[in-house]
Design a protein around this ligand. Sequence first.
Ligand code: 5GP
Length: 208
Amino acid sequence: MKGCLFIIAAPSGAGKTTLVRELLARDPALKLSVSFTTRAARPGERDGVDYHFVSRDRFGAMREAGEFLEWAEVHGNLYATSRTWLEGEMAAGRDIVLEIDWQGAMQVRQAFREAVGIFILPPSIEELEQRLVGRGQDRADVIARRLANARGEMHHVGDFDYVIINKELRSAADEIEVLVRAARLRPSVQRAHHPQLFFQLTQSDDED
Ligand code: 5GP
């Protein structure tokens, strides 16, 4: 695989979606994977852009057919990453961002050992609570469930390679951009992008 894979996870309310949007705007070489979900679309969300919105039956059939690289149940809805899309993009050398939960992140890292795991934390629990309530798109019971899930999700921070504390969008985006740039400089990635140079290096080794 020539491309780099970045897994970005966060409790809901940590500002992940805005941060990822900023990252994609700064780095046009990055491509965001569009997940499949059984959740209903929120106002303004578009099918095929924000998610592929599918029925539980369709989701189950795709899962049985092995079309998902990973899948998980989050807040009572099912979510999954397309295996064929991801493998095709990465083989073509494109760098991919997965915005998924920690359960999915663990599954992806089994398949792609070189994937870079990044976890986003809010600056404080109080701020997280405020952001969850302030969003105003969901019912009170949904918010309470999200808060409980957020606390559970944050326990998995140690399973990731890097942690970004999202206090201020610009500096958090600076930090995440640095991680992306550094990942592209790893020997395995450089080798995939510059095969001729690395081939020459082995040749001169032989001559020495
Ligand atoms: P939301 O419904 O608020 O868009 O997302 C809820 C949670 O599901 C978030 O933590 C999000 O990262 C996660 N999620 C979105 N897509 C996927 C996916 O394809 N796989 C997994 N495992 N989680 C996902």
